[in-house]
Write a protein that binds this ligand. Structure first.
Ligand code: ADP
Ligand code: MG
Ligand code: MG
Length: 933
């Protein structure tokens, strides 16, 4: 066979394209855009600010190259090329391909080797890399450029046949799996055969001869499964790998990952083609990963793992157990020192914790990746406050650095110490992600999802997790694996999700097929309880009660902030946030204890106090039912008179807890049947009484109740007799509630606390509805103030939650002194999706890409959001000082908060435990940073 066969075929490919036009004109084709960015020889086309275009990995490689760090040269094909690839029906346009070939030429020059050259072959890796890192979502192909000839060339050059064939077999497997879509197991099976035959323990025990055998068998696999021989032309290999990366953007794992992390489907991935360096040439070579600080606890310590004589994903794949990084100091002291210097520099340069990947080839260090490290919510708070203390970042940077959502991890429970100590330690693993987890064991991701749907708490136990497990990891209380290190898939993803995780608990003998594991001689079957502490790595058998986290203990007043380091740091972050946010933060709280919690979390006001929740309090429901059952107004008034002191007491408590900050109280909202027993239950009760022969009052009462329940029955209660409609038909309810509110305010005024109640009428779509109710409120308020001899200020306003209300907001604002957008109902009524039934079809809508996100969780800015915007503009056109807030669930959702900042609301109102998230998100929104950046 001619020596440079592969090389020639590439040349002809270049030649045929170059004949179309000159180099210059070809670069200007495709609307004059540049699609490929080179890095090498200390200079790169890109830099750190080009993540959109180059992806995180590409921009990091460019930045490191520019900083003079030892980075193997290469080039990045931009995310725009990925977009083009899909736009052209999954084809890379000729001009992009041409630009790639040109850059390949540059790379060959920089590397001093040529793709496909038998005596001096260039080998490259082909690496995916989107703007946001998606760990394990897309596979990297290493050692591309090897074929039956170049492998011999590599052997001759390195005088290392074992290495050459180890590289080749890896390449065939990766290419076979990623590009030709042949299952990994097909290769693994053949590999095990050879290992077994050779009596080898470790992969590294195989010699050249055995590896040649592996290669031969792998080629058979490829031929058998794909129907054709393993491609020998390096350019065909390169194009195939490039296209596979683009394709992988839309594999199921990647799509699921983006769904969970709210990453847009449209942004695409870049492809990095980079000269290979080798960690598998022998004992002076290694590959590893690390962090400049501990990503689980935030501690300032060099953290990571490496494997001698290994390549690529060996470290994270959990095949061999890697060594802790500080041991590298003993094995390769020079490379270790250089690595520490470089990563310290990188941390200073990026002013954030760096997550880095490196390879050492024959004692020479190469950097292969750096990025801001993912971390737990706990670590995020420690790191950000430390970096400020070290003057590496400012408080503003700290506020921008923390994912608001991750703060909620700091509120999740810890074990009840006594109950935890009572159980013996079954085993210990690596503490990959902190937190207390207690749940029933499951062995597959699908079972995890199934059981979680039944409302069960599960712990996902796996030998090791793979990216396909992500849905199960998401629903589990915690993740427990038998193999893998602190940077294994389970550890990385667990930390990112804020899930308690323990990995590498080697004593677990797991049988996934028998659905059980054995530890310490005990067998644990699926469904049995296991508990573990992700901070210490201890695993125990049995269920353990949990208790509130330190921060919650401080909030509840059971612990002093001075005793809690984490609370002080948490409070610091939030105090900084308050300096940057414009939006006010209020809470949705119905009862005094909730109000107190909300206040302690930093809410300064209540945006929604649902009065009907008070009706469910002890001993109250009977009175409420009497009110509903009353056939005469007189009887109804009598029942309401009994409720009055109770409601007044509640309002007094809420006002007091909020210490004079504004409190919005909504008059009764739900359909009345919600306060009555269910029709079916009553019928059963009556049947039982009749069967027992019971007669008299008990039976009569039940029968009366049933009649009233049947009367109140509605076909569409959410669109029925509720909200303002109740106040209009039963004005005495509005009267009683107004009286209770104003009396409580008067009482507090007498005690010296000034409160300004905001009385909110729900579900208004017509200005006349509001006018009707406002007249009642004003009349009763005047009466009460006269009786009490106290004057208090109060406001009357409405919820904007019916589309008609939003559209006629200018009219409504004549009567309303404030609006609160009720985005739950507004979403329901705008889409016509029942908020209680959307679960039945939301999944399908997401699968069919009709909806990206659950519109009840994150506001639909294009539809529902427009109604909010209209409400804001029209409302303010009538009343310049109209107070505007939002009290739907969206008030605690970071990306929705960005939208509310943009449309200029005055405040957002969220549930008490979301207040920290809302404070931080509001600060980020004010600083105009997009979520996820
Ligand atoms: P991921 O996005 O999954 O981290 P990478 O593209 O970073 O994937 O590749 C995974 C690993 O493959 C790297 O950490 C590195 O060990 C190895 N690798 C990638 N490119 C090269 C290269 N040019 N030379 C040596 N090893 C490489
Ligand atoms: Mg990968
Ligand atoms: Mg990587």
């Amino acid at each position: 066979m001619p020596k440079k066969l592969a090389r020639k075929s590439r040349k002809s490919a270049v030649g045929s394209r170059q004949s179309v036009g000159t180099r210059k004109s070809s670069r200007n084709s495709g609307k004059g855009r540049k699609y490929v960015y080179f890095f090498g020889n200390g200079k790169a086309d890109g830099n750190r600010n080009m993540k959109d275009l180059l992806g995180g990995k590409g921009s990091g490689l460019a930045e490191m190259t520019n900083a003079g760090l030892p980075v193997p040269p290469g080039f990045t094909i931009s995310t725009e090329a990925c977009t083009l690839y899909y736009a052209e029906g999954r084809k890379v346009p000729a001009n992009v391909d041409k630009e790639m070939i040109e850059n390949l030429g540059k790379l060959e020059k920089a590397a001093g080797a040529t793709l496909g050259d038998v005596s001096n072959p260039l080998l490259v890796s082909v690496r995916s890399g989107a703007k946001f890192s998606m760990p394990g979502m897309m596979d990297t192909i290493l050692n591309l450029g090897l074929n039956d000839q170049t492998v011999e060339g590599l052997k001759a050059r390195t005088k290392n046949g074992r290495f050459a064939f180890d590289s080749y077999r890896r390449f065939i497997q990766m290419f076979g799996n990623v590009v030709l879509e042949i299952p990994k197991e097909a290769f693994e099976k053949r590999f095990e055969e050879v290992k077994h035959g050779a009596g080898a323990h470790l992969d590294t025990d195989l010699d050249e001869k055995a590896l040649r055998d592996v290669v031969a068998r792998y080629k058979e696999v490829v031929k058998g499964k794909s129907g054709r021989a393993f491609p020998q032309d390096p350019l065909e290999q390169l194009r195939g790998a490039r296209d596979a990366v683009f394709r992988s953007w839309n594999n199921a794992r990647a799509i699921e990952y983006r769904r969970i992390y709210d990453i847009p489907d449209s942004i695409g991935t870049a492809v990095n083609v980079q000269m290979m360096v080798f960690g598998n040439t022998g004992d002076r070579s290694a590959t590893g990963v690390g962090f400049t600080r501990n990503p689980a606890t935030g501690a300032k310590e060099f953290y990571g793992e490496f494997l001698v004589n290994a390549q690529g994903e060996d470290v994270v794949a959990g095949i061999r157990t890697p060594q802790p990084i500080h041991e590298l100091e003993k094995v390769m002291p020079q490379a270790y020192k250089q690595l520490r210097d470089i990563t310290t520099r990188l941390e200073k340069h990026y002013r954030d914790v760096q997550d880095f990947e490196f390879t050492i080839q024959d004692d020479r260090l190469f950097m292969l990746q750096t990025r801001n490290g993912k971390r737990t919510g706990y670590a995020a708070v420690i790191i950000a406050t430390d970096l400020v203390a070290e003057k590496l970042i400012t408080p503003k940077d700290a506020v921008l650095q923390i994912d608001p959502e991750s703060l909620s991890q700091l509120l999740s429970p810890v074990f009840e110490p006594k109950a935890w100590k009572a159980l013996g330690v079954a085993t210990k693993g690596l503490p990959a992600s902190p937190g207390a987890a207690s749940g029933q064991v499951v062995f597959t991701a699908d079972h995890a999802v199934e059981r979680a749907r039944q409302g069960k708490k599960v712990i996902l136990v796996r030998k090791e997790t793979v990216p396909d497990d992500i849905h199960g990891m998401f629903v589990a209380q915690g993740i427990l694996t038998a193999t893998g290190g602190m940077t294994s898939h389970a550890a990385v993803v667990g930390r990112q999700m804020g899930k308690p995780s323990i990995v590498g608990a080697g004593a677990l003998d797991i049988s996934e097929s028998a659905r059980s594991f054995i530890v310490n001689g005990k067998t644990v079957k699926e469904g049995e309880w296991v508990s573990f502490d992700g901070l210490t790595g201890e695993v125990k058998l049995g269920q353990v009660a949990t208790k509130p986290s330190e921060i919650l203990q401080v909030i509840a007043g059971d612990m002093k902030s001075a005793q809690s380091d984490i609370h002080q740091r948490f409070a610091k972050i939030l105090t900084w946030s308050d300096q940057f946010r414009r939006l006010g933060i209020r809470a949705n709280a119905d009862q005094p204890d909730q109000a107190m919690t909300a206040y302690a979390f930093g809410a300064r006001g209540i945006g929604l106090c649902r009065t009907e929740h008070m009706f469910f309090g002890e001993g109250r429901l009977a009175i409420v039912q009497r009110m509903i059952l009353a056939e005469k107004e007189e009887d109804r008034r009598a029942a309401l008179a009994e409720l009055l002191p109770l409601q007044r007491g509640d309002f007094y408590g809420v006002f007091k807890a909020m210490q004079g900050t504004p409190v919005t109280i909504r008059t009764i909202d739900p359909p009345l049947h919600e306060f009555l027993p269910k029709r079916e239950e009553l019928m059963v009760d009556i049947a039982k009484l009749e069967a027992k022969g019971v007669k008299g009052k008990e039976l009569q009462d039940k029968q009366t109740l049933l009649r009233r329940v049947e009367q109140l029955h509605e076909f569409n209660p959410m669109l029925g007799h509720r909200g303002v409609r109740l106040g209009i038909t039963y004005p005495e309810i509005t009267e009683m509630q107004t009286r209770a509110i104003i009396e409580a305010a008067c009482q507090l005024a007498k005690e010296g606390t000034k409160v300004v109640p905001e009385i909110m009428i729900p579900l208004v779509g017509l200005v006349k509805e509001l006018r009707d109710q406002k007249a009642i409120v004003d009349r009763v308020a005047a009466d009460v103030m006269k009786e009490k001899g106290v004057k208090v200020k109060y406001l009357v306003g409405t919820m904007i939650e019916v589309p008609r209300g939003a559209v006629t907001a200018d009219e409504i604002a004549h009567e309303a002194e404030f609006f609160s957008f009720g985005t739950n109902d507004l979403t329901q009524l705008t889409f016509g999706f029942s908020r209680d039934d959307i679960g039945k079809f939301l999944g399908a809508y997401q699968d069919h890409k009709i909806l990206d996100k659950d519109p009840f969780a994150t506001i639909d800015t294009v539809g529902v959001g427009q109604l909010v915007a209209i409400g804001v503009t029209k409302g303010r056109s009538t009343r310049k000082d109209l107070k505007l807030g939002i009290c739907g669930e969206h008030g605690g959702d970071p990306s929705s908060i960005h939208f509310f900042e943009k449309v200029g609301l005055d405040y957002v109102s969220a549930s008490p435990y979301r207040i920290p998230v809302a404070r931080l998100a509001a600060a980020q929104a004010a600083l105009q940073v997009k979520v996820g950046d």
